[in-house]
Design a protein around this ligand. Structure first.
Ligand code: NA7
Length: 535
């Protein structure tokens, strides 16, 4: 590692996005690039989220980089849905294979970044007080990296241990013989419950909002499937680039109303047997027609009631208040089955909310639950949270916090007006969390790289969008969301509703990855329409 503090480009974050951005800028464009990473290793999401049962909900053969044919050929996944340690091994392999570590500064949290217009440089400050500067500043900070520990009164009084799933201790947590309370039943909580239940003496699950879940049917990959992936790598890549959510399966063209009720039930049953996020692809109108969605919702609620033996518990788990997949739909490995174990109990917070945390456990308006360990599976301050914990100031000292006071405003999710030469990989307003992440990351990183190459080739010093363009794009993002049922889950983190006081704005772009890619390509082809160049 050199001691230079002046760079062409600084990339914040060394997860999937930051690592590929380093490869592109350093190895393809020859830029002097530095990556700053808060953790002591690469991996981003997969570095921090080490909770029991942490697993990817995208199928392994689609949850990887496709930019290098050699890399695709040499890596082999072991399971249909890879576990956190395997994904972290993969990302470490990529770091080694492309010799990335020499340009990544670990244990380095960026606290501030300030644009100096006179010098046309970004000045970046780290928690340790280091200062460095660059022309191009790229955030690769993840959409779900700012843990949300709810401000429940009394947490400081709790005598036991508590953990947030997104900041899990590297040495793990031993639940043996312990009374564990888990707050939260999103994708994370649904993965964690069955695994914690195996060793905990008692597991009490505090549910505020009941959730759908479809079985993952995870299993080791067969030698035939592994061979298929290698032989059809290009086809798989092309499929993920063609489908709206970046997954390796097509959405059926039929409508719920094209088939009879019996046929529909049989198709849902088949999709349930296959498992995974593909359930959403059974019909093309599940996310746009509420009555169509109701048929899937009824099927899935029926499954919960058929799995969970205690009728009161089954009723509370199936009492779901939003359309299927309007919130990010979880997939699971024996989540509902876990409630048939004698050591797992459900507490429905809807009628009796948590009042406080006491020295001994969690107190709801109904009872106090004595606990040794509390697990917060309470999600993230999504998409904007990672930006807001840095002090970012653009032209004329404009603070990002102020620019986004009423919610994030970007052009294409790639740039913010008033912040020249700052690019935001998978920023708010891009498909990001509505897409299989490696697919949208590769698209963003390649677009940014091509853009910087274009600017350098044409001696253009700055690129910057305008308020008008951002306003138009935000309106388009809203229209895209409103054309779907997604806004009907009023408490979803897509809307920022899980964090008290956060502006309710639909943040990801719901128009589909294919359409988004075409828009970005079109913008670039029209000499970066919507951006202003400065010399
Ligand atoms: P999510 O999906 O935001 O889930 C968080 C869960 O925690 C959800 O059930 C919340 O209930 C619950 N929660 C949050 N705050 C509280 C309080 N104060 N009291 C009780 N319950 C609370 O986060 P995940 O980590 O599961 O998943 C995030 C994404 O990671 C996932 O969507 C995938 O894309 C990968 P609520 O629904 O808000 O009522």
């Amino acid at each position: 590692m050199t001691t230079t503090t002046e760079f062409d480009a600084i990339v914040i974050g060394a997860g999937f996005a930051g690592m590929y951005q380093l490869i592109c800028l350093r190895d393809r464009l020859g830029l002097k690039t530095r990556v700053l990473e808060a953790g002591d290793g690469v991996g981003g999401t997969w570095y921090w989220n080490r909770y029991p049962g942490a697993r990817c909900d995208s199928e392994s053969h689609s949850y990887q980089y496709y930019f290098s044919r050699e890399l695709v050929q040499e890596w082999e996944w072991s399971e249909r849905y890879p576990q956190q340690p395997e994904i972290l091994r993969y990302l470490n392999h990529v770091a080694d294979r492309f010799d990335l570590r020499r340009d990544i500064e670990f244990n380095t949290r960026v606290t501030a970044a300030r644009y100096d217009a006179a010098a046309n440089r970004w000045h970046v400050t780290t928690a340790a007080g280091e200062e460095m500067s660059c022309t191009w500043l790229i955030t690769a900070i993840g959409c779900l990296s700012s843990a949300n520990v709810p401000n429940i009164p009394g947490l400081a009084d709790f005598k036991g241990d508590w953990y947030h799933t997104g900041q899990w201790p590297h040495e793990g947590v031993d639940f043996t013989g312990k009374r564990v309370g888990q707050i939260g039943t999103g994708s994370t909580g649904i993965q964690a419950v069955p695994v914690i239940a195996e060793t905990a003496a008692e597991l009490t699950v505090f549910q505020r909002t009941a959730n759908y879940s479809v079985p993952a049917h995870n299993a080791p990959l067969s030698p035939e499937f592994k061979r298929y992936v290698k032989e059809h790598a290009d086809d798989i890549r092309d499929t993920t680039r063609r489908t709206p959510n970046g997954h390796p399966f097509e959405i059926a063209q039929r409508s719920v109303w094209d088939v009879s009720a019996e046929e529909r039930e049989a198709l849902y049953e088949k999709a349930w047997e296959k498992g995974g996020l593909q359930f959403r692809a059974t019909f093309q109108d599940l996310l746009v027609d509420k009555a169509a969605n109701d048929t899937a919702a009824a099927f899935l609620k029926g499954k919960i009631r058929s799995i969970v033996k205690d009728p009161a518990t089954a009723a509370a788990l199936a009492d779901i208040d939003h359309p299927y997949a309007a919130k990010r739909p979880p997939i699971d490995s024996f989540y509902f089955e876990a409630f048939n174990r004698p050591n797992v109990h459900l507490v429905d917070l809807r009628s009796k909310p948590i009042e406080r945390i006491t020295a001994n456990g969690v107190k709801t308006s109904g009872a106090e639950y004595p606990l040794d360990i509390i697990v917060f599976a309470t999600g993230f301050d999504a998409m904007t949270g990672p930006f807001m914990r840095m002090d970012i100031a653009g032209r004329d000292g404009l603070k990002l916090k102020d620019a986004w006071a009423a919610g994030p405003r970007t052009y294409l999710g790639l740039q913010v007006a008033g912040f020249p030469n700052l690019f935001t990989v998978t920023g708010p307003g891009s498909p990001s969390v509505l897409c299989n992440m490696p697919v949208c990351i590769e698209q963003h990183v390649e677009w940014i790289t091509d853009c910087i190459a274009h600017l350098r080739a044409n001696n253009i010093a700055t690129i910057e969008t305008s308020d008008e363009e951002a306003e138009k794009w935000v309106a388009h993002v809203n229209d895209a969301a409103n054309a779907t049922l997604l806004p009907m889950a009023g408490h979803s983190w897509y809307l920022g509703a899980n964090v008290p006081g956060k502006p309710r704005v639909f943040m990801p772009y719901a128009g589909g990855m294919l359409r988004y890619r075409e828009i970005c390509n079109h913008v670039a082809a029209r000499n970066y329409a919507g951006f202003k160049f400065g010399t």
